[in-house]
Design a protein around this ligand. Structure first.
Ligand SMILES: Cc1ncc(COP(=O)(O)O)c(C=O)c1O
Length: 257
């Protein structure tokens, strides 16, 4: 085991190499897994479901770009570009528009935990598991029963239609929803999904950006690139991009066979 760790340290960067030395000098409870000695193996699959789907080569290429810090000014620039891409895809000028570091489920919860306070009325249209889950999240927040509430928030997972890898999601709140969020009497139960914090981190308020969490930097590169690709395709073809998943995959589906 010592030999494995020592030879691994040569291949890793200085930080990881130091950690490997520490690991090597201790009696470990769990040995390095043999399975991880094999190279990563991913089959070639043609994905034709609602998402994830096969990535366009230029979206795929973003996965090999080097890391930058989640609070570097260049990253903030990329986040600003993503925001504009989301406003374009959603066809909205809502200033409170951003990407959440989490899958579609995370952004569904983000919408509900920020908009609902205990005792609020909430109408969930249940015709499948997402309606059921929305109703259940509403119950967990402590909703009251009663009349409906109009739709003021729009979300989607990055893997839906956009052909970005899963792991980030897009959300936009109307000014009415924003007012409701900023006028809450109670804080949302989730710190991670607290839209006031997220809005600040995504530059949607007038305050200097402060750390909230470490964003999935490379997923955001890919999201930015898929938004750019969508805008480009719509510009070239004059079609109404979003919501036409099959149309989106067509240009590069052939190459992947
Ligand atoms: C309406 C809706 N909300 C949430 C989700 C959950 O998305 P994810 O699997 O990315 O968490 C889905 C997934 O299909 C969905 O259709």
């Amino acid at each position: 085991m010592l030999r494995v760790l020592t030879s691994a340290s040569a291949a890793l960067g200085p930080r990881a190499a130091g950690w490997v030395r520490t690991m090597a000098s201790h009696q470990l409870l769990v040995a390095p897994p043999e399975v991880l000695r094999k190279p990563l193996s991913v089959p070639k699959r043609l994905l034709l479901g609602p998402g994830p789907s096969n990535l366009a080569p230029r979206v795929l290429a973003t996965g090999s770009l080097q890391m930058i810090g989640h609070m570097h000014k260049e990253m903030y620039q990329i986040m600003d570009e993503i925001k504009q891409g989301i406003q374009y895809v959603f066809q909205t000028r809502n200033p409170l528009t951003l990407a959440v570091s989490g899958s579609g489920h995370c952004v569904l919860e983000t919408a509900l935990v920020n908009l609902l306070e205990p005792g609020d009325s909430f109408l969930a249209g249940v015709n499948g598991i997402w309606g059921q889950r929305a109703a259940e999240i509403g119950e967990r927040v402590g909703k009251g029963e009663g009349k409906g509430w109009s739709i003021d928030v729009l979300y989607t997972g990055s893997q839906k239609c956009l052909n970005a890898p899963p792991g980030t999601s897009l959300i936009s709140f109307s000014d009415k929803a924003k007012k409701k969020i900023y006028a809450r009497k109670t804080k949302p139960y989730s710190f991670y999904m607290d839209v006031k914090w997220l809005a600040n981190f995504w530059g949607c308020d007038d305050k200097p950006r402060t750390y909230h969490h470490t964003t999935p930097v490379t997923c955001l590169y890919a999201l930015r690139e898929s938004l750019a690709l969508l805008a480009e395709q719509v510009r070239e073809k004059g079609s109404a991009g979003c919501g036409r998943g099959a149309g989106r995959t067509e240009p590069w589906g052939g190459q992947m066979g």
